[in-house]
Design a protein around this ligand. Sequence first.
Ligand SMILES: [Fe+2]
Ligand SMILES: [Fe+2]
Length: 402
Amino acid sequence: MKRNILFVDDDSNVLQGLRRMLRPMRESWDMHFATSGQEALELMARVKMDAVVSDMRMPGMDGPELLRHVMREHPDAIRFALSGYSDQELVGRSIAPTHQYITKPCNQQMLVEALEQAMAARDLVPNKAVLDKIARIEHLPVLPRIYNRITSELAKGDPSPKLVGDIVAQDVGLSANILKLVNSAYFGLTRHISTPQQAVIVLGVNVIRSLILSLHVFQSFEPTGRTSFSLPLLWGHCMRTASIARTVAQAEGLAREQADHAYIAALLHDVGKLLLDAHCADECLRVYEKVRQDNRRVAEVESELLGLTHAQVGAYLLGLWGLPSAVVHAVARHHAKDPEPGLLSTAEIVYFANVLDHDIIVFNQHYARPAPEPARLEAVGGVEKYEAWTRAILAMGLTAEE
Ligand SMILES: [Fe+2]
Ligand SMILES: [Fe+2]
């Protein structure tokens, strides 16, 4: 089925440019164009749009105001903002209703990929009622500005680690947090890292970027006061799972890109728990009560009581943010029972990293310790492989008290 996508800009030359640039997509997209917020809303009353891409600065109803209307009246439409460098103030105002910012001028590939991926992310949440609820969340965390800056550096080609380090160094608080993490036992580095620039050189741009992202998500999460799990424990679990994923990827001799994807996905694999807890607190309390009472698995009880899992919700958020599809996919599948056919994938590594952390470093006696699903274990090489990974992880010396 064709996707309906609406582009809004008061400058008809910009719309013409988009129309021309996106011509190759006309087999799979029905593209609509509007020159004002009002016209956009009228169009949306007639045609159900999958996504809206709006300019920020427009006379009359501006971008933030339009996207806010879209959020209220058509919550399941993906909302993108096209913004120029001079739009900082408007960007600040539109934070809540915007899923992703695309910097102008943008190239075709980047825009198409970001839109396709965000629309695919929406398909990950099967329960329409819960999707509506999540889609309406006003405080869905947005990508930190510094993350966007690094991403646009990456889009220009191969950025110098020094440049990325300089961007991080401009934020003193963030730099301190990054250096603390990088020098912690999670990384097991033999020498002390003293500047963000060094951290980028040693660990790579992608790892640093994902650390910024997860620090941001965890920091912007406001516990409801009735929070169903411990935030520091979850943070420790995510950091360890990421380190384990990297160790497993290295032990299997995977390429740098795949190892990075495994690291990022493992670091963010449980972000859905934060979202669910912040926005469905009562339901979550019931889930965790049942988990403790019946000694069952969280994802299983979530499916039963909420109609979806934190894995699906987390993948949805990461997809909206435009993280690589291997990362989104791995997060979505981190509690699935069946393996994927083919070579050892990022999803399998993340799955096993999570199981291994629960298995080796037991951090909550109330939860059932997961044994790996037989089908997934079989697919990666059976018990022997699992034991080899266990030995490699024990050698890392990780403990629950990082
Ligand atoms: Fe999980
Ligand atoms: Fe987990």
